[in-house]
Write a protein that binds this ligand. Sequence first.
Ligand code: USQ
Length: 374
Amino acid sequence: MRFSARGHEVSVVDNFARRRWHQNNGTDSLTPIRSLDERIDAWREVSGHELRSFVGGIEDGDFLEQVVVDTKPQAIIHYGEQPSAPYSMANREQAVETQYTNVIGNLNLLFAMRDHVPGAHLVKLGTMGEYGTPNIDIEEGYIEIEHKGRKDTLPFPKLPGSLYHCSKVHDSTNIHFACRIWGLRATDLNQGVVYGIETEETAQDERLATRFDYDEVFGTVLNRFCVQAVIGRPLTVYGTGGQTRGFLNVRDTINCVELAVGSPADAGEFRVYNQFTEQFNVAQLAELVKEAAGHLDYEVGIENIENPRVEMEEHYYNATHTKLLDLGLDPSMLGEELVESMLHEIERNKDRVIAAAIEPKTRWKPAPTAEVAS
Ligand code: USQ
């Protein structure tokens, strides 16, 4: 919608996978999501612009190639992946599905670009979670290393924290390869944890709403805490809550993509941007939500529950994120006012909350079973 609003010709590819995954889990977005056709009709009414749609999965290389041939894009924004760490850790089938969907879909796209639009700019949604939580500062994609008297600038080491995050690392390796060998141009947007409900475009009409997940599989931490506050459930802090991550408002995600597309990478260049605006730990977010909700007369408890994930709870974290600011990003900062506005938005759809979807059930490691005496 952002690019269409700017007068670009836009096509969208969707296989409705997230709708299916939610249906299988008995969960749903808090905001009602209209069908793709209804949303395209609403966008035409609101903006006067046309969007073209292609329904299919990018794991189907022939389908994707045909889309690229039909549309001959100048820029491709690749958001078409399984995005949840817990989903990928639940069982073998979901881990394989995640890596197949993500790695093969991305590889199909790289071949379609090589063969039909080698000059197009790929803007790929990566993740800050590719780096994990190393005990050194995180750079934007690359690090200059001096080793045994020699120097080189190399991809920053990766320590992904789930099989989903591993799939993103594999994607980055494949895209970097395609840039080096075939001369493609790409930007990997290593995005932090997103919060928020609306973008400039979705706010124009409720039929344009984007999804807002709060379940244990697809919901991100701040969105989950806000829903929990509104329904009166204590906030689910995993472990001590010392886990620190980079965060950004969903409005800024769109601004970042627009900035990245507006100044394309060079041919052969694999550019990496760390796409987040502020760092917080989970305990700080819980306190912030408790405070903001208090202003609206919600009494909010904070519960430190056993961490279902295997991750560091107290660690060093300092990630560079200057490249998007250099391009002109003017970030919206997180504060009590913003959280209050999220709480008000959530109240509008409070009746849709599926409380059973909130409890974390997915463990990174199976629970230890009692030893069987021989
Ligand atoms: N957490 C809680 N309580 C909750 C939910 C999460 O304490 O109820 C903690 C988690 O243990 C973790 C942190 O909050 O330490 C972030 O978890 P999350 O579920 O909000 O985010 P994550 O699993 O890291 O994944 C999300 C998106 C993913 C994106 C990633 C960016 O789902 O698509 O790649 O954020 S990043 O975290 O930088 O890797």
